[in-house]
Design a binder for this molecule. Structure first.
Ligand code: CTP
Ligand code: MG
Length: 240
């Protein structure tokens, strides 16, 4: 009798995790900025629309504050994890634990993406997945610095010009194995994730070297009041 075939390894999946539990204090909007309408839709809906078009993403999770029902609708194409924390890092850490408790495998990939980067495109997300899937560590979208970099002294005057060669601005999505990223974050839980402003920092601190994948200047994070008009103009031009 033929030996039974070994069962095939489970497919490695990609999940998306969108931290969406901030207050948008710098944006000066009445609503938390991720829900502020831009081009006819709450900001995060544009972000969700981009991820919905990426076929290789098995599931999209949105991390919102406990009790935030803004996105709750039946038959949504995404899932809600109402476990947002006090900081972005805490929201991401709680979201990763939620994913692992809800069927994601530690070896699956996760793309963490700011809800407030509502101009990300399916093509940029796909480019990150293409670059990271064959990689041992994972990586992030980022942009080489194009302006000259100044350091400010205490009096608001330039006290140094910093060589911009080799310097990149980190964006999101940032794509890593869920288990490795959760463990990298867990190492900073006791210090309330001080200094952990993105996933790559946590991975770097754990001894990994994330891959830099060139993103786009249009993938900026809507942060200040003037960013809304620019985001709206870009979204409208894409829909024209
Ligand atoms: N975020 C989160 N939980 C927090 C803080 C931020 O999920 N406690 C999310 C935001 O909703 C946003 C992303 O992390 O999608 C990036 O954060 P940022 O742009 O700093 O948003 P806010 O923290 O809301 O804005 P601000 O810092 O101006 O208050
Ligand atoms: Mg913030």
């Amino acid at each position: 009798m033929a030996a039974p075939m070994p069962s095939p390894a489970p497919p490695v999946r990609c999940h998306a995790l969108l931290p969406c539990a901030g207050s948008g204090s710098r944006a000066g909007t009445a609503l938390p900025k991720q829900y502020q309408p831009i081009a006819g839709q709450p900001m995060v809906r544009h972000t969700l629309a981009a991820f919905a078009q990426v076929k290789r993403i098995a599931q999209v999770w949105v991390v919102v504050s406990p009790g935030d029902d803004t996105l709750r609708t039946s038959n949504a194409a995404f899932s809600i994890a109402a476990c947002g924390g006090v900081t972005r890092a805490e929201s991401v850490f709680n979201g990763l634990n939620h994913l692992l408790a809800n069927g994601a495998a530690p070896s699956d990939w996760v793309l963490v993406h700011d809800a407030a980067r509502c101009l990300v495109t399916p093509a940029q997300i796909d480019a990150l997945i293409d670059a990271c899937l064959p990689d041992g560590v994972g990586g992030l979208l980022a942009l080489p610095l194009s302006d000259t970099l100044k350091h400010a002294g205490a009096d608001g005057r330039v006290d140094a010009t910093i060589d911009r060669e080799g310097k990149w601005l980190a964006q999101t999505p940032q794509m890593f194995r869920i288990g490795a990223l959760r463990d990298a974050y867990a190492a900073h839980a006791a210090s309330a994730f001080a200094g952990i402003t993105d996933e790559a920092i946590a991975m770097e601190a754990a001894g990994h070297a994330p891959l830099l994948v060139r993103g786009s200047a249009q993938n900026f994070k809507v942060t200040y009041p003037e960013d809304f008009a620019l985001a709206e103009a870009i979204l409208n031009s894409r829909n024209a």
